[in-house]
Design a protein around this ligand. Structure first.
Ligand SMILES: CC(C)(COP(=O)(O)OP(=O)(O)OC[C@H]1O[C@@H](n2cnc3c(N)ncnc32)[C@H](O)[C@@H]1OP(=O)(O)O)[C@@H](O)C(=O)NCCC(=O)NCCS
Length: 196
């Protein structure tokens, strides 16, 4: 259980041209397809392979939501009115650990949607939502971690105003290379992202 529990399961207000809503069963074929991409698999610890692992993945997201430990959102194009039929652009999640003051953001963008600023926009929406929603329960900082070979993820951090904080030592086998920790604080000035 986390201190950041009790958030209703619902979509966030549309912002940055994106709709973020909790994952649904209907997203699972697109989730499996997205996980066929080698780059995504390289940077994901537990890739989804088939219908069975996709169902387990969805169950974990729902459990995480109920426990207040993980809020994951499907990222969709807000211009498509039918959210059930909309293309899955990506995933963004807030992970809440034992310390109420610190959370972590994680994300991926489906390969065909990369290079359009989907991840930075989704991270921006999630960050604003998280600081607003969990300020009262003590959230002060959100970390963004990536492996040193993930330059695209480092760019996402920079674009979203997650400042570089430190190099993290490798932790094999899950993290074979060193990493970066970037962070954004609740009281940081509002972000003005560079144009895509
Ligand atoms: C990292 C990732 C989420 C970026 O998502 P995105 O929506 O493409 O983000 P952006 O459009 O802002 O692009 C970020 C960088 O990706 C690179 N990029 C641009 N177009 C790209 C493309 N078509 N394909 C791959 N990478 C591309 C560029 O370096 C870009 O930085 P730039 O804008 O300074 O040129 C995405 O590459 C991804 O899903 N990677 C695999 C999973 C992953 O690494 N998750 C993060 C783990 S920490």
């Amino acid at each position: 259980m986390s201190d950041h529990q009790g958030v209703p399961v619902r979509a966030l207000p549309v912002a940055e041209g994106l709709l973020l809503r909790p994952f649904e069963e209907a997203d699972l074929p697109a989730l499996i397809e997205a996980h066929r991409d080698e780059t995504l698999r390289h940077f994901t610890r537990r890739p989804v392979d088939d219908a069975e692992s996709a169902s387990r993945w969805l169950a974990r997201q729902r459990e995480g939501w109920a426990a207040g430990s993980r809020y994951s959102y499907a990222v969709l194009d807000a211009a498509v009115p039918d959210t059930a039929g909309a293309e899955l652009l990506g995933n963004v999640a807030l992970k809440c650990g034992p310390l109420p003051s610190v959370a972590e953001v994680g994300y991926w963008t489906a390969a065909p949607a990369r290079g359009r600023g989907v991840a930075p926009r989704a991270v921006e929406v999630l960050t604003a939502w998280a600081f607003e929603t969990f300020a009262a329960s003590g959230l002060e900082r959100i970390d963004l971690l990536h492996q040193v070979d993930n330059e695209a993820s480092c760019r996402v951090a920079e674009k979203c105003g997650y400042r570089f904080e430190e190099v993290l030592s490798a932790l094999p086998p899950d993290y074979p290379l060193d990493g970066h920790r970037h962070a954004r604080k609740r009281l940081d000035a509002p972000q003005h992202r560079r144009p895509e």
